[in-house]
Design a protein around this ligand. Sequence first.
Ligand SMILES: *Cc1c(COP(=O)(O)O)cnc(C)c1O
Length: 233
Amino acid sequence: MGDARTEEIGRNLAAVRERIAAACKAAGREPEEVTLVAVTKTYPAQDVARLAALGVLDVGENRDQEAAPKAAAGPPGLRWHFIGQLQRNKARSVASYASVVHSVDSLRLVDALTDAAVRAERDTPLDVLVQVSLDDDAHRGGAVTGAVEQVAESVAASPALRLKGVMAVAPLDWEPDAAFGRLADVSARLRVAFPGADWISAGMSEDLESAISHGSTHVRVGSALLGNRPPLG
Ligand SMILES: *Cc1c(COP(=O)(O)O)cnc(C)c1O
């Protein structure tokens, strides 16, 4: 797709990759340690295809109603990352196309996803991150500090899910370094019991440098790649 939009996304992608490389260098890390998840919410399936043509195969969406048709339309070979609050009645749909769910924050959701993943007869387990509420304000999503371990244990015990690590969004009124430092502590504690759960999904367009300095392995980047979304998009 040699169109103007592909060129625009390509330029944005080069800039984001450069930011990731610079942040890795500053942190003494290798860029290969950080997966770029392109968050395509509100943008059309054609942009997903453009990203794929540019070599970005990890795509993130936060609403099943939008993600399901895009996953059906998208080129094969993509890894779909579900990153939004997930209602249990959507678990079946999400388990049919997602490779990773970043936003698991309750025992009830673990049960629903287990059920869904079993029914979907997937070839591989569904990879799961426990979403952590860094300010313990649970209504914005995420398990509060005391519940993270319980949710993780439940994922680890599930026959159809695979515990991969933790995810968080920096609270609006927090310094990113404080937020991602705290998430790194949560990750370190979790890895005592579950050494393989070493993914940290953290960092967005505005704060990916801070997240990478605190060990992020998956940055979720939307607007810096595709442009600013309309408010509440
Ligand atoms: C929208 C969204 C992102 C991407 O945000 P940008 O600021 O556009 O990079 C990342 N994570 C989650 C959970 C999101 O909902």
